[in-house]
Design a binder for this molecule. Sequence first.
Ligand code: GLU
Length: 460
Amino acid sequence: MVKVRFAPSPTGYLHVGGVRTTLFNYLFARKNNGKLVLRIEDTDFERSKKEYEDIIINDLKWCDIDYDEGPEKGGDYGPYRQSERLDIYRKYIDFLIKEKKAYYAVYNPENNEEIIYKSFEFPQEYSDKEYSISVKFKVPENTKIVFDDMIKGNMEFDTEVFDDFVIQRSSGIPMYNFTVVIDDYLMKITHVIRGEDHISNTPKQIMLYDALGFEKPVFAHIPLILGEDKAPLSKRHGGTSVTFFKEEGYLPDAVMNYLGILGWTVENEIFDFKDKCKDFDISMISNKSVVFDYKKLLWVNEVHLRTKSIEYITENFKNWLDINGKSVSADEEYLKNVLNISREKVSNLKQLFEFSENFFRDDFSYDEKYVTLSKKEWFGKVLEKSCEMFENNDDYSTEGIEKVLSQIAGTGITGRKNVYQTVRGAILGKLVTPGLYESISVLGKEKTIKRIKRVKEELL
Ligand code: GLU
């Protein structure tokens, strides 16, 4: 059975590159009826933080990436945490030392770098003094390390270029290159799909597989995401974390869609990533680095914002409000209707909030352009007429509204455009709004009249 994993280190926010790696792992697992494992690689105790782990897990949930396995936890499961598996690693460290494939290294306390003693036995004589003792893996001499990468093709490394490397720190905590091998083996990972930044680690890991007599997984290294200047995408280029895009008001499906088309050739660029599982093939991932295009992501977001079910948009909008500590007072039906007519003119949920905010409050302020408009000599008359006509009207369908507005314009007080802008600003405080008929229809009779009356009190 195919089994893959996503193995983030909780040393920072979840980077979009990491999500893209997870996405490809997810698609690969689902396509092959396999499993996806989430493993938190937190053995770097100095840099790992529980807070980042929570953010990573939360953000993966936001992306709608579900994983399949992990240790039992009160009816729930997972994720695996390397910090909870230290006893397991210890056994294999001991095994390598016993086999004379790894050794204890004692360091000069003056610089903690120079090795002053090496041994396959624990150097008891140094143990109670101020010495650091690590365990180093003995790199085999004159050996070629060869592997066939699913994306990069045939890779070859000479062991000459590697020095013996530390597999267990002097604190007794094992290092990444070691734990990753033990875990991938014990967790029966068949394919290691990860970022290209790990390619230099792979030969070291292969040496460990061989030394331990473990069967190796297949490797696939995904090219990195770059910024416009071709340097790896980082904060210098703009937001790079899922948390950032979440707070900015991107939709999870749009982010996943965009990461999917970044370096993966597909015919139709807009899709739901879960529908893509059956089409997924690793060979479709480009072997070239890709440049993150913020404008294109915004476009993808816009398309999803306009075409997804209004239920999906509403759910994500509410989620966005929560994340940003905002709220709107509206019942579900009203909220959906407002979002539905507002989403045509915006690109993300943040803009959607700003654009629709005045639907949810009666005490908004009027923008400057509207205040200027209110100084026109016809303004009061249009307002008066509108108030009267909307009070006498009971048809608040868009057709009904259109009729009323045409009748007001037909009175000849001023031109049609002026009439529309007078009413528009009255009901929403600004001159750029969703369609006027739709807006009035969604607001309904009571709110519309109340708002027109408010202008009379405040601006006339
Ligand atoms: N923990 C590693 C990282 O965060 C990933 C290791 C791997 O995928 O092998 O970069």
